[in-house]
Design a protein around this ligand. Structure first.
Ligand code: AP5
Length: 186
């Protein structure tokens, strides 16, 4: 299966992707993780992405597309993949659709995780990752609202969107996700 997770910062995309990856036995691709790795390795791509990530802004589409196109041609992605935090802009979603068509593939499901902003802030501040400070969190929320939320309508119009309540324990949320995934299995 090919599944996309969208949701604001702190909504549980990473947490739930880990579980779903084991449940389905498919590869988990987090563009945030891939960018942080590139940053740590000091690659050209990582250096180009750094300033945007530190400010809480989205990294330019060309950089992200380069990362995803390269990774998804690897053999372990052939039977399915879980995309965590990608696509994140309309331009990325449209470019991704073109790539899928070229490869004669399609998305099975897009999961939109919904969590109140108050709870998101609490989760992020409790975690305390490098970009989990008040100022950067505000910008990450702003970018999500402006650039990523339009994807909900984009995928709804394709008939593959499922909105899932991301509040409750990780187990409760996973139960809702597993149900949605089971009913979308081809
Ligand atoms: P990314 O790493 O994707 O960060 P994010 O979207 O801000 O998401 P987070 O990782 O903060 O949250 P999450 O939804 O994964 O929640 P998590 O499971 O970790 O991206 C980082 C940056 O990279 C972006 O700002 C951007 O600059 C760049 N980037 C990445 N992809 C890009 C793209 N496609 N285009 C352009 N730029 C891109 O949970 C958060 C916390 O809550 C954890 O501590 C967890 O333990 C806890 N938690 C989770 N679920 C629950 C629960 N049910 N109950 C209690 N606690 C919970």
């Amino acid at each position: 299966m090919r599944i996309v997770f969208i949701g604001p910062p702190g909504s549980g995309k990473g947490t739930q992707s880990q579980r779903l990856k084991d449940y389905l036995g498919i590869v988990h691709l987090s563009t945030g993780e891939m960018l942080r790795e590139a940053q740590q390795q000091g690659t050209e791509l990582g250096r180009a992405a750094s300033a945007y990530m530190d400010r809480g802004e989205l990294v330019p589409d060309e950089i992200v597309m380069r990362l995803v196109v390269d990774r998804t041609t690897e053999p372990d992605c052939a039977s399915g993949c879980l995309f965590d935090g990608f696509p994140r802009t309309l331009a990325q979603a449209q470019a991704f659709d073109r790539i899928l068509v070229e490869r004669d593939r399609s998305l099975d499901l897009v999961i939109s995780l919904e969590v109140s902003e108050e709870l998101l802030r609490r989760r992020l501040l409790a975690r305390g990752r490098h970009d989990d400070n008040e100022q950067t969190i505000n910008e990450r929320f702003r970018q999500h609202h402006e650039l990523t939320e339009p994807l909900v309508d984009y995928y709804r119009s394709q008939g593959i969107l499922r909105s899932i309540d991301g509040q409750g324990t990780p187990n409760e949320v996973f139960g809702r996700i597993a149900e949605a995934v089971d009913s979308a299995r081809p």
